[in-house]
Design a protein around this ligand. Structure first.
Ligand code: PXP
Length: 260
């Protein structure tokens, strides 16, 4: 299993003080030293964490491929193509969200995404699309000529957290998932089945399959075990653990769990 380490949250910490440290660029060599496979960053329209200078310095200095997440906004696509990352992952973006909620709707945005796909292909940049585990979205990913899909594991992760952690009784409890345990268990099984079926379909269509969002040291195993998922992109939980054990160690521990 390949592991992309999403280092946005290092910039989140910096922006909490609006100073110059911690510098996300310092994470790049440590991700390589820990033997992970990819750097993932999200250049948001509002630049709330990673900014243009971060992105440029990371792309220029990284010995690992850089997977750049961005929205389908024309201006941000122009900027990202100029930066020439190894891969672009298109994600939906709403200014008011805390993090990426829900996958990109390729049906609704077909014309726009098809145009972006051509531009990326001309620039020699790989394309991935961050989508919900839904067969129509996967077929659409194929028809716009994406090379990768990244399956959104947010619903699975939220159900898992409501079942097995103390999230349920916390201020961050998820209202629509405040359900009896047996219902949550069924929902968890269903969400895993959807991910499995989606990965299989994508593989049949010759799409490479990544997954991510909300994955952590407790819940990642079920996703690692899904056939045809070959890459995970993980951020929050690795950066959170690095506060206690150090960044390189936190990456190494996740890599250990990612072994198929
Ligand atoms: N993959 C995509 C497409 C994302 O948008 C994010 C969040 O930025 C991640 C993976 C990583 O999610 P998390 O920080 O919850 O591990």
């Amino acid at each position: 299993m390949l592991l992309g380490v999403n280092i946005d949250h290092i910039a989140v910490l910096r922006e909490a003080r609006r100073i110059n440290d911690p510098d996300p660029l310092d994470a790049v060599s440590l991700v390589k030293r820990a033997r992970a496979d990819q750097i993932t960053i999200h250049l948001r329209e509002d630049r709330r964490h990673i900014n243009d200078l971060d992105a440029l310095r990371i792309i220029e200095n990284s010995q690992l491929p850089v997977n750049m997440e961005c929205s389908i906004d024309e201006e941000i696509i122009d900027t990202v193509i100029d930066m020439n990352p190894f891969r672009v992952t298109l994600v939906p973006e709403k200014r008011e969200e805390v993090t990426t909620e829900g996958g990109l709707d390729l049906i609704k945005n077909f014309a726009k995404v098809e145009k972006i796909s051509k531009r990326l292909s001309d620039a020699g940049i790989e394309l991935s699309v961050f989508i919900d585990p839904d067969m129509f979205q996967i077929k659409m990913a194929k028809s716009i000529n994406a090379q990768w899909i990244e399956l959104h594991t947010g619903l699975y992760s939220n159900i898992y957290a409501m079942l097995f952690s103390n999230l349920k009784n916390s201020p961050h409890s998820i209202k629509e998932l405040d359900l009896p345990r047996n219902e949550l268990k069924t929902k968890l099984e269903n969400s895993l089945d959807e991910l499995k079926e989606s990965a299989l379909l994508a593989d049949e269509l010759n799409l490479k399959v990544a997954a991510g969002h909300g994955l952590n040291y407790q819940n990642v195993k079920n996703i690692v075990d899904i056939p045809k998922i070959i890459e995970l992109n993980i951020g929050q939980s690795i950066i959170a653990r690095s506060v206690f054990v150090g960044f390189e160690q936190a990456v190494k521990e996740m890599l250990e769990l990612c072994k198929k």
